[in-house]
Design a protein around this ligand. Structure first.
Ligand code: APR
Ligand code: PHB
Length: 398
C-alpha cells in the first residue's frame, strides 16, 4: 500500500491468474511473441512443483512446448510410447497406436513440464508474483479490467487489457463470473484413484489399464526407474488407511498373472486420492476474461486428457491474443469459446467413455457388467474400435 492507502499500481497487456501449466505456457507463448504479461499465483513455486499429476503428452502438446522453447529436457528424458495395454480377464491386449494410425504419445511428468516453464519464464525475465493473497478480478466486462491481490500485507492492482483465468478448478476466475452468465455441466463419479509414486522400475514398457472385478488399476511411470500406480477406491476412502503393503497387494490382485508376478514394489514417495469428475463451463469467454485449462473444464484422468486439453485452450488463446496485438484481428479471440468447446467436448466424451469402460460402478447390475465385458471384447477384437481408441488417446487433430 502506498502512504495514502491506495494500492500499488502496475500495468500489463495480459494478467494471467495461476501458474500451473496453462498459465505458464500462455505466459511463455506471449513472451516469445513480445506481448507483455504478468502471472499472479496464490501459492509458492515450491508448492506448485510439489503437486504430482499425470504425464502423457499428445503430439500437439509436445509441439506447443517446442514452440514455447521448453522442449529440450522433454526430448532428452521423455519416453515415447507407441501404444498402451488393456488388461481384463487375466489377459493383456496391446493397442499399437503407431501401427494403427502412425501416432505416439510421450511420457513426461506434468511437474517437469511446469518446472521447465518456470525456468524459461525466469530466464526471459518475465514477472511472476507467487504467494499472492486475496486475488480478485474486476471490471472484465468493460475495457479496463484489473486484478487485485495482496502480497505480504501490501495491496496491489494490475491494470490490463485481458485477464486469462488459468487458476484451476477451485480458482477465483470462474467464481467471479455471475451464475446467470455461465452454464455448467457436471458428473461426479462414485469413486476416486488412490495413487502412489515409487522409486521402482515400471512393471511394463508401456502403460497398463486394467479392468478387474475388484476395480480399475493403472500402471504408469515417470521414468525407467520411477513408477506411478493407481487403484480405484470408493469416494469415502482415506489415503492414510492404505499402508504401502495394502496398496501393493490390492494392485497385484487386479493385474494379470504375469504383471502381478513381475511387479517390483518399494516404499511410496507420495500417496494420495484424487476424486473423479467431468465438468465443463460454458462459455469460456466473459468480456475480457478468458478461462483456460482446469478453470473451465475437468476430465476424469482415465483418458490422460487434462493437461493436453489445457494446452489446447492455451494455443487458441495465445493465437487469438497474437492476432489481436500483432495483426489487429479480433476474429480468433471471438471464436475462442467455440473452438475450445469443440475439442473439450470430444475429450470429455472420450474420458467419460474410458472411465465407464474400465471402472466398477457400485450400482452396476449383472446386465451392466455383461455389457461392459462385451464392449471390452469388441474393442480389442475390432480394428475400427482400436483405431477410434488410438485416435482419441493420441489426440484428435485440431
Ligand atoms: N489466485 C491465483 N492463483 C490461483 C488461485 C487464485 N485464487 N486459485 C488457484 N490458483 C493457482 C493454483 O495454485 C495453481 O497453481 O492456479 C494454478 C492452477 O493450476 P492447475 O490446477 O495445474 O490448472 P491448469 O494450469 O489448468 O492445468 C491443467 O492440471 O489439474 C491438472 O488435469 C489437469 O493436467 C491438467 C492440468
Ligand atoms: C499418470 O502417469 O499419472 C497417468 C497416466 C495415464 C493416465 C492417468 C494418469 O490416464
Amino acid at each position: 500500500m502506498t502512504i495514502d492507502g491506495s494500492p500499488i499500481h502496475q500495468a500489463t497487456r495480459v494478467a494471467i491468474v495461476g501458474a500451473g501449466p496453462a498459465g505458464l505456457l500462455l505466459g511463455q507463448l506471449l513472451t516469445v511473441a513480445g506481448i507483455d504479461n504478468i502471472v499472479i499465483e496464490q501459492r509458492s513455486a515450491d508448492h506448485v512443483l510439489s503437486r504430482i499429476r499425470a504425464g502423457i503428452l499428445e503430439c500437439v502438446t509436445v509441439d506447443a512446448l517446442r514452440r514455447a522453447g521448453v522442449d529440450a529436457r522433454l526430448r532428452e528424458e521423455g519416453l515415447v510410447h507407441h501404444g498402451i495395454e488393456l488388461s481384463f480377464g487375466g489377459v493383456r491386449h496391446r493397442i499399437d497406436f503407431h501401427a494403427l494410425i502412425g501416432r505416439d504419445v510421450t511420457v513426461y511428468g506434468q511437474t517437469e513440464v511446469t518446472r521447465d516453464l518456470m525456468h524459461a519464464r525466469a530466464a526471459a525475465g518475465a514477472q511472476t508474483i507467487y504467494e499472492a493473497d486475496a486475488v480478485s478480478l474486476h471490471d472484465f466486462d468493460g475495457d479496463r479490467p484489473r486484478v487485485r491481490y495482496r502480497k505480504q500485507g501490501v495491496a496491489h492492482e494490475v491494470m490490463c487489457d485481458f485477464i486469462a483465468g488459468c487458476d484451476g478448478f477451485h480458482g477465483v476466475s470462474r467464481a467471479s463470473v455471475p451464475d446467470g452468465a455461465k452454464r455448467v455441466f457436471e458428473r461426479v463419479y462414485p469413486f476416486g484413484w488412490l495413487g502412489i509414486l515409487s522409486e521402482t522400475p515400471p512393471v511394463a514398457d508401456e502403460l497398463i489399464y486394467a479392468s478387474h472385478a475388484r476395480g480399475f488399476a493403472l500402471c504408469s511411470m515417470r521414468s525407467r526407474t520411477r513408477s506411478r500406480y493407481y487403484v480405484q477406491v470408493p469416494s469415502a476412502e482415506k489415503a492414510a488407511d492404505w499402508s504401502d503393503a495394502r496398496f501393493w497387494d490390492e494392485l497385484r490382485r487386479r493385474l494379470d498373472p504375469q504383471a502381478a508376478q513381475s511387479l517390483v514394489t518399494g516404499p511410496s514417495i507420495e500417496k494420495s486420492i484424487a476424486p473423479l469428475r467431468s465438468f465443463v463451463c460454458e462459455p469460456m469467454r466473459f468480456g475480457q476474461l478468458f478461462l483456460a485449462g482446469d478453470a473451465a473444464h475437468i476430465v476424469p484422468p482415465t483418458g490422460a486428457k487434462g493437461l493436453n486439453l489445457a494446452v489446447s485452450d492455451v494455443l487458441y488463446l495465445a493465437d487469438g491474443l497474437i492476432a489481436h496485438y500483432l495483426h489487429h484481428d479480433a476474429h480468433e479471440l471471438d471464436a475462442y469459446t467455440q473452438k475450445c468447446l469443440h475439442r473439450v467436448w470430444a475429450a470429455e466424451r472420450f474420458s467419460w467413455w474410458m472411465t465407464s469402460l474400465l471402472h466398477r460402478f457400485p450400482d452396476a447390475d449383472a446386465f451392466a457388467q455383461r455389457i461392459q465385458q462385451a464392449e471390452l471384447d469388441y474393442l480389442v477384437h475390432s480394428h475400427a474400435a482400436c483405431v477410434s481408441l488410438a485416435e482419441n488417446y493420441t489426440g484428435l487433430p485440431r
